[in-house]
Design a protein around this ligand. Structure first.
Ligand SMILES: [Mg+2]
Length: 252
């Protein structure tokens, strides 16, 4: 029901525009300081595939992200990194061959799921709840207190990373206590529809950001501080020329 999912996502954004605002915007995964995120108490990473870790529909890491991916795995360990894609691991992935290849090549599990992002919260929470390492030692004191009071396990504090606002960042807004990171670098353009969707997402985010700034000013509040900048690694990365697609060659 892709159309219905698009409608519900659009309604979600209209009724609560703040869901499109990422906690942090970076150029690419190479600019994320994973060790600092772990030290800040985040317990796991939910990360997109296409145009975040790999070129679209490919199962190999973008070469210039090799060090960043190693840093991520070192900081969180392979079990606490979950690749959640709207292609690999879904019904679009025949026999889950893409998911298998991705797990083999990147050394991290791929979530097998039916509902697309951002409507995949239950499956993600189910995955992290099953990790023994998250059940006690790694849970922050604050979370432990909340869990004791409510007699329910506190949700894990996750870092949600992706290149799409309407899927990855909205997903982050639905995972309580998570920190969402929007990676702006597009390693290779996808279809015309995705290109249009990106333009729309950029426009909505810019409008919502301006509206939030105006509202804070009107209320006499200071502008939102950019606390997330502490998780940015400003190391320059080696550029890789974007691959030319038939579509790019027509419009450029
Ligand atoms: Mg993507």
């Amino acid at each position: 029901m892709p159309f219905l999912h698009h409608v519900v996502t659009t309604l979600r954004i209209i009724t609560k525009p703040s869901v499109v605002v990422p906690s942090l915007t970076v150029r690419s995964v190479a600019n994320i300081n994973f060790a600092k995120l772990r030290d800040a108490g985040y317990e796991g990473v939910v990360i997109d595939r296409d145009n975040c870790l790999t070129r679209p529909r490919q199962d190999d890491l973008v070469p210039s992200l090799t060090d960043a991916w190693a840093d991520c795995r070192k900081a969180f360990g392979p079990d606490r990194i979950l690749i959640v894609s709207n292609s690999a691991g879904t019904s679009k992935d025949a026999s889950f061959l893409q998911a298998e290849a991705l797990t083999r090549n990147l050394g991290a599990p791929v979530l097998l799921h039916e509902a697309p992002k951002p409507w995949v919260v239950k499956s993600i929470l189910h995955y992290f709840a099953a990790l023994p390492s998250l059940s006690s030692a790694s849970v922050s004191p604050e979370s432990k207190t909340e869990a004791t009071q409510s007699r329910k396990p506190a949700p894990p504090r996750l870092v949600v990373i992706g290149d799409r606002i309407s899927t990855d960042i909205v997903l982050g807004s639905r995972l309580v206590g998570s920190f969402s990171i929007w990676t702006k670098k597009v390693w290779q353009e996808e279809s015309f529809g995705v290109r249009v969707a990106r333009l729309l997402e950029d426009g909505v985010l810019a409008a919502v950001t301006r509206w939030r700034a105006w509202r804070r000013k009107r209320r006499g509040l200071e502008s939102e501080d950019d606390a997330g900048r502490m998780f940015v690694k400003d190391e320059p990365i080696v550029e890789e020329p974007a691959k030319v697609t038939w579509w790019n060659s027509i419009i450029s």
